[in-house]
Design a protein around this ligand. Structure first.
Ligand code: AMP
Length: 447
């Protein structure tokens, strides 16, 4: 029987068979017996390796004994983002179909009252982002002294997001004798320090990056002018000329740029949604659902929002910005070419990105081929400047603010469906600005 040698319970094995898995992935093979033996585990693995099931399956088996008490969760899973937390909740629903466990999600952007009600009923599995969890402990609605097993997932991402002090606080609130499962894709010194401090003689389980990630993906670098409007133009050309584009994720380094690019794409009549940390939870969930179902073609996202998301069958990845960390490049392009499919990843490169590109090529162990940029959409003009100049301060607000944080996604959709006038040069944020000559004269500073 598949998974039979790992020591999982019959209920779990039945759920795994129903999920269609025929054999465990390497991380599952190595980690599951250790978790079932109540050992701490240090798992060095990234998403796409099956690491969620590597902790969810044995947890379900362990949780079959015992029951939950009010406000005292039995197990706690920490995730860096709300989407990842929701994804783990989905895994419990999928693998726990034969169990009757109470699973609660504590994430920001959702009312405290509903979460309080769930906590009062008693929770077997609490999945939380660190900030909201600490809010609840400070309000006294949650006690962590009953936690038997703690999972810290995507620890290196927690580090990037500045959550390490929160993690340290939480580790001190749970009993010293708990079992800890710690997952990270990389081991920077700060993460090493945390593992030394909070793990007890852990079993170290390491799986390499899925080799197929890079092999199955056609990767290209595309030259572009440095100005944001030039990059957007390059991107539009790439999308329009992409062969076999079914759907695509477009990554930006900053959430501010996610919002700007998203609005620009809408103006240019592309079917797009945005995913970034400033959107409220309902809008984020709605955006992801639309993309997953194929209702929209393009998802514009930041690394943090998209990290670890399991979106099957994405045909193209566009890096609007070269990521600062080469690891992020691997994560980003790993969203395509999944499950034996092929994928395409294109990265827009401006002159200042050369160093970052070299670091990426070093990490993936191969050069990435350059491809000629697409032809310009508009003839070059004598003076082109993006709207932002040092004298003008902040860029002017675009006329439409469809992805305003807090605005329900449904409202955005309704607005998007309305017939829209063709974009004019005056309205487009990409329109070049003509400056009078006196503004271009050098300024002489007084002695
Ligand atoms: P994860 O690394 O946890 O994000 O999992 C990546 C994907 O692998 C998810 O879509 C899982 O449903 C899938 N998966 C997990 N374990 C297995 C397995 N043993 N066989 C096939 N697919 C799996």
């Amino acid at each position: 029987m598949p998974f039979s040698h790992l020591g999982l319970s019959d209920k779990v094995k039945a759920a795994v068979a129903a999920a269609g898995y025929t054999k465990p992935t390497p991380i599952q093979d190595q980690a599951i017996p250790q978790v079932l033996a109540h050992r701490d585990v240090l798992g060095i693995a990234q998403t796409g390796t099956g690491k969620t099931a590597a902790f969810v399956l044995p947890m379900l088996t362990l949780l079959e004994k015992g029951r939950a008490r009010a406000r005292m969760p039995r197990t706690l899973i920490l995730e860096p983002t709300r989407e990842l937390a929701a994804q783990v909740e989905d895994s419990f629903a999928k693998y726990g179909v034969n169990h009757r466990l109470n699973v609660a999600l504590l994430i920001g952007g959702v009312s405290f009252d509903n979460q309080d009600t769930k906590l009062t009923r008693g929770v077997d599995v609490l999945i939380a982002t660190p900030g909201r969890l600490l809010d609840h402990t400070e309000r006294g609605s949650l006690l962590l002294t009953g936690v038997e097993l703690l999972v810290i997932d995507e620890a290196d991402r927690m580090l990037d997001m500045g959550f390490i002090p929160d993690i340290e606080r939480i580790c001190k609130l749970v009993p010293f004798t708990r079992q800890t499962l710690f997952f990270t894709a990389t081991m920077p010194p700060e993460i090493q320090r945390i593992t030394d401090q909070f793990l007890h003689n852990p079993a170290r389980v390491e799986v390499s990056r899925p080799a197929t990630t890079v092999a199955a993906i056609t990767q290209n670098l595309v030259k572009s002018g440095r100005e944001p409007h030039q990059k957007r133009e390059t991107l539009r050309g790439l999308i329009r000329s992409a062969e076999g584009l079914k759907n695509a994720i477009i990554f930006c380094n900053r959430k501010r740029d996610v919002a700007t690019l998203y609005r620009s794409l809408l103006r240019h009549r592309f079917s797009a949604v945005a995913l970034h940390g400033d959107m409220d939870q309902a809008a984020r969930t709605a955006a992801l659902d639309q993309f997953r179902k194929g209702d929209v073609t393009l998802l514009v996202a930041s690394d943090v929002a998209a990290r670890g998301l399991d979106i099957p069958d994405v045909s193209h990845i566009f890096n609007f910005d070269v990521p600062h960390h080469p690891d992020d490049y691997v994560h980003r392009i790993g969203r395509t070419g999944r499950a034996g499919r092929t994928g395409t990843a294109m990265t827009i490169v401006v002159p200042a990105d050369q160093k970052a590109v070299v670091a990426i090529e070093k990490l993936i162990g191969q050069p990435i081929e350059w491809r000629d940029g697409p032809p310009c959409e508009e003839p070059p003009e004598p003076v082109r400047m993006h709207a932002r100049t040092p004298r003008q301060g902040k860029p002017p607000r675009p006329a439409r603010r469809d992805d305003k944080p807090g605005k329900p996604a449904a409202a955005q959709d309704a607005k998007r469906r309305r017939p829209q006038p063709a974009p004019t040069r005056e309205r487009a944020d990409d329109a070049p600005m003509h400056l009078p000559a006196f503004l271009l004269r050098p300024i002489r500073a007084k002695a």
